[in-house]
Structure formats: C-alpha cells, structure tokens
Design a protein around this ligand. Sequence first.
Ligand SMILES: [Zn+2]
Length: 245
Amino acid sequence: MIRLHRFLEEKKLNTSDSHDRLSAESASSTDSNSISLSARGGDSLASLKEGNRRFVHDEARHPNLDATLRSELAEQGQNPIATVLACSDSRVPVELVFDQGIGDLFVIRVAGNVVGTHGTGSVDFAVENLACPLIVVLGHRRCGAVTAAVKQQPSIPSVQRLLEQIEPAVREARRQAGDVDLETLVEIAVRENVWQSISNLVHCSDICRDRLRAGALAVIGAVYDIETGAVDWLGRHPGEAALLE
Ligand SMILES: [Zn+2]
C-alpha cells in the first residue's frame, strides 16, 4: 500500500517542470518594469506567495483594512490582483491565507471548489470587467466534500448533485492511485479535483480561453494545507494546451 507522503514525493518529481515554469514566470515579471497583463499576473502570483509565506510564519501584516481604503474603493471601484476559486470550508479563509485585504482578491467559494454555471460566470466577470490577470483554483487537504465523494456517502439531493461534480476526479484518483489508504486517495482526489475544476472552467469560458491563448491570463492550481497553512502551488493544468485547442 502506498502511503500519502511517498505518493506526494513522487508527484513532486513529476511536476517539477510546472514549478520551474511558475518560478520563471514570476522571476521574469519581477525583472520587468512593463505593465503588460502577463507581468501583472506574475506580480499577483508573487504577492500571493509572499502573503502565504507571512501567514505560515505568523508574520501576517493584515494589509489594506483601513477606513480610508474602504472609502476609496467604494468610490473608485475594485481592482483585485487575482481571482481565487476556493472551497467554502471555514478552515480556508482565503484573504487570511494569502495575507491580503479589502479589494485585493475576487473570491468565489463553493463546497469542493467545483465550477458550475455561476462559478464560471463569476470568474468571467472578474476577467472581463476587472481585467483580472490570474485565476487560482484552490483545493485543500482533508476536504470534506472530496472525502464524501470518495466514500460515496449518501446525502440529500442538493448535496448529492454537488458531489456528483467531484466524482470524475475521484475516478481518476482511483485509476492513478491503485491500492492506497483512504487518506492518500482523498489527497490525490483533492489534486485531481483542482485539475478538473480548471478543465471545466476553461471548457465553459470563452473569455478565459481567449485570454489564455493571448497570454493575458494565467489559470493555476494550488492545494492549501489546513494544518500548516502552506499553499502547495501546482502550476498550470498539465493539459492546458489541449484544453485550448
Ligand atoms: Zn473542502
């Protein structure tokens, strides 16, 4: 039986390319003084990474919370640095996790961070109307929704419909994982569910596909550890090129 730690270590080796791509992307935008959209996306990612580092080390600054800023944003409108699609779980407080404040993040939360019609519409609004350069689909460890889907727990119809959206990710996790314990299977399914949400989003959103093709938008996956507070950055969808064909 493969335990979680070993599986994730093997996964890390396999995804090192995407990590390198992310690092290169961030580095190039940091070096650049231009205000192109791709540079903005890189700057946004760097800000989220740095904010999460502060959060993990109990060095949060809790920025952008004062009354003056509230008034300015109310009058001038919002200009968030990133859109985050996350789970509703109360242990995943998105602004706190990234140490961001008012007006910084456009956040969509739904149990299991699944992408439905309204989720796609919300992301589209942020991309089209707010020119958001970065979308993060944020799953999290020990997700109750993913766990329920893995266990195939019977539930009331509304919850059942939500869990059905996670089931393809669970099937893919079972296919990859083979003989693993429940905890490991859930963790793999959490990652697969992130990829599935990105896939669904790109499939359903014309504007996301257009902006991705133009290099004006980045859509990346991440998994939050509710115990350590750390975000594991997964990078772009491994099949992004195929999704854009
Ligand atoms: Zn969850």
